[in-house]
Design a binder for this molecule. Sequence first.
Ligand SMILES: [Zn+2]
Length: 159
Amino acid sequence: PCRCGWRGHPDRRCTCSPRDRERYVEKISGPLLDRVDLHVTVPPVEYEAMRRRETPESSAVVKARVDAARAVQAQRLAGSGAACNAQIAPAQLAGFCRLDSAGEKLMANAFQRMGLTARSHDRILRVARTIADLDGEAEIGAAHLAEAIQYRNTDILKG
Ligand SMILES: [Zn+2]
C-alpha cells in the first residue's frame, strides 16, 4: 500500500510522508487498478492465530471445486467464443450474467456510491458469475454480487 510497506498495519508505523503515499498510489491507481478483478486487503497473521490454525483445505480439494466451476462455465459459454467467465464479451454480459431485481438494485447502488467505471461494472458481473458458479448456483444471487462488489474495495489506497 505504500513505499515502506507498513501503511495500514495495526502495529508497525508507516514512515512515508503524505506526498510519498500520494505518489505511490498514483503509480498504480486509475486505469491499471481498474483492470484488476480482485482487490483484497490481507491483514498480517498474528503469531497466536498462526500457531492455533486448523488444517487448511488441501489444494487438491480447492482445485476440484475450481475445475467443476470451469466445466460449468465451458458448457454455458459453448459457441460464444469465451472459454470462461473472464472472457465474456461486454455485449454478451447481459445474457450470461443476468441479475434478479435485488441484484439490479444492489448494482445500481454500488455504481453510484463507488463511482464505478463501465469496465469495473463488467468485471464485477463476471466475478459475481464466477462466485455463483463456485457456489453451484445457476443464477447470480444478491450475496454473490455483494461479494464481487466487495472485491473492488480500494479504500486502503485512497485513505
Ligand atoms: Zn509507508
